[in-house]
Design a protein around this ligand. Structure first.
Ligand SMILES: NC(=O)c1ccc[n+]([C@@H]2O[C@H](COP(=O)([O-])OP(=O)(O)OC[C@H]3O[C@@H](n4cnc5c(N)ncnc54)[C@H](OP(=O)(O)O)[C@@H]3O)[C@@H](O)[C@H]2O)c1
Length: 285
């Protein structure tokens, strides 16, 4: 419907080769993967980096007195903290503030017995790993979209194998990516009572914008009375529960869902083959 990501991404050539270096923004740089990425980028003479951590003292491994390295406090669970970090970056880099690459790395795994998790623990996991990523991503898109001499950028969402494969005791960590029963359109109040509409953003008002197009398809589908009957879903779930066969861990429901899911996995396999060498990182595959 809306083919995306069809063109190869090109890190702006001027950023790397003409000295007008790419600006990198990495969340969660105080340790682990974020620290490794921040250290690497900081070692590249023409790259600029905004390195963030909840406690900026944790960024002391990065050199001081280098205008290309900006260290900022950032707690992704706080909208004020995210806004303050973006404002500080804009102030530091002035007219030349732009973002080319964002690495959303801040996150943690809430692990243990699902039944034992408190309300606070489960909400905090979603606030950090899901909403934190959303907050930083939407602010970054805004900066990328408004850049005068650049088009787009690259956002790495550091997810996990746990987004595809489930492991015991990680329900909330998986929840960010997992669904079990996955129906396509069902004739319920989902498109009415159960739909919260985001106030339209003026930058995406055009009828050719993907989200506007999808709204059009949905309106048309509703007018034509498309969608499955909820009773059919109920019957199928009962059938699954009662047929004395293995319960499938992923259950697309409806022809649209089955075909789109299958196509998604076929595309994924092609994409895995295409990155096989780089994914192996020198290990035998
Ligand atoms: N290590 C693995 O095996 C693995 C595998 C797959 C995916 N991942 C993912 O990789 C990412 C990085 O993890 P890591 O392995 O490098 O572990 P890590 O060394 O513990 O790093 C996690 C980072 O997230 C930051 N963070 C946590 N909550 C935050 C918040 N509210 N605001 C800002 N920063 C916050 C931490 O900062 P503080 O120091 O302030 O806590 C820390 O810098 C995570 O999203 C994780 O889910 C890790």
């Amino acid at each position: 419907m809306n083919p995306v990501n069809t063109e190869p991404y090109k890190l702006p050539g001027d950023a790397t080769w003409l000295g007008n270096a790419a600006l990198k923004h990495i969340t969660g740089c105080s340790s682990g993967i974020g620290r490794a990425i921040a250290s690497l980028i900081a070692s590249k003479p023409n790259q600029r980096i905004i390195a963030t951590a909840r406690n900026p003292a944790d960024l002391s491994y990065l050199p001081e007195d280098n205008a290309n390295i900006l260290k900022l406090a950032l707690d992704v669970t706080s909208v004020n903290s995210v806004n303050a970090a973006f404002a500080a970056a804009a102030k530091h880099f002035g007219e030349s503030f732009h973002l080319d690459v964002v690495v959303n790395n801040a996150g943690y795994s809430l692990s243990g017995d699902t039944e034992g998790a408190t309300e606070e623990e489960m909400h905090q996991e979603m606030e950090t790993s899901f909403f934190g990523t959303v907050r930083v991503t939407t602010r970054s898109i805004e900066v990328m979209r408004q850049a005068k001499d650049r088009h787009g950028g690259l956002i790495f969402q550091i997810s996990s194998l746990a987004g595809l494969c489930a492991f015991p005791g990680h329900a909330f960590y998986h929840a960010i990516n997992f669904c079990i029963v996955e129906p396509s359109g069902v004739k319920t109040s989902f498109e009415g009572h159960s739909k919260a509409i985001i106030k339209p953003h003026p930058a995406y008002a055009g009828a050719d914008m993907p989200a506007r197009k999808l709204e059009g398809y949905v309106r048309q589908g509703l007018k034509l009375g498309m969608g499955m009957e909820p009773s059919a879903i109920a019957e199928t779930l009962f059938k699954i529960a009662s047929r004395e066969e293995r319960i499938p861990l992923r259950l697309p429901l409806g022809a649209v869902s089955w075909k789109m899911s299958k196509s998604k996995f076929q595309t994924l396999l092609e994409e895995f083959d295409a990155v096989k060498d780089v994914s192996a990182m020198g290990e035998p595959l």
